[in-house]
Design a protein around this ligand. Structure first.
Ligand code: SF4
Length: 87
């Protein structure tokens, strides 16, 4: 995991320029992932799984909650899964 998706590039809807995935990972508040990272990347690879594996759980949940247009059922599933890992 890691370096392949970090070299992927897409056009950023916020900047209007191409950006690489590693930019998206640190372009949010406090160098955390951009709040749109799931929406921008889910078609390219399993970004949710990647973030769940690589982010602290509170950041991951916050990111899922910050998604602009969550698919509510799968969002709740994801949060329940994340909670279930520690309880
Ligand atoms: S995740 Fe954020 S920074 Fe990355 S392409 Fe999407 S809007 Fe741009």
């Amino acid at each position: 995991m890691g370096k392949n998706q970090n070299s992927m590039v897409r056009r950023c809807p916020r900047l209007g320029n191409p950006v690489s995935f590693d930019y998206c990972e640190v372009s949010g508040d406090h160098q955390q992932p951009c709040f749109k990272i799931v929406d921008c990347w889910w078609e390219r690879f399993d970004v949710v799984q990647y973030l769940q594996d690589n982010l602290p759980e509170d950041q991951f949940i916050r990111l899922m909650q910050a998604r602009p247009k969550p698919k509510v059922a799968s969002l709740i599933e994801l949060i329940e899964q994340a909670k279930g890992r520690t309880s």
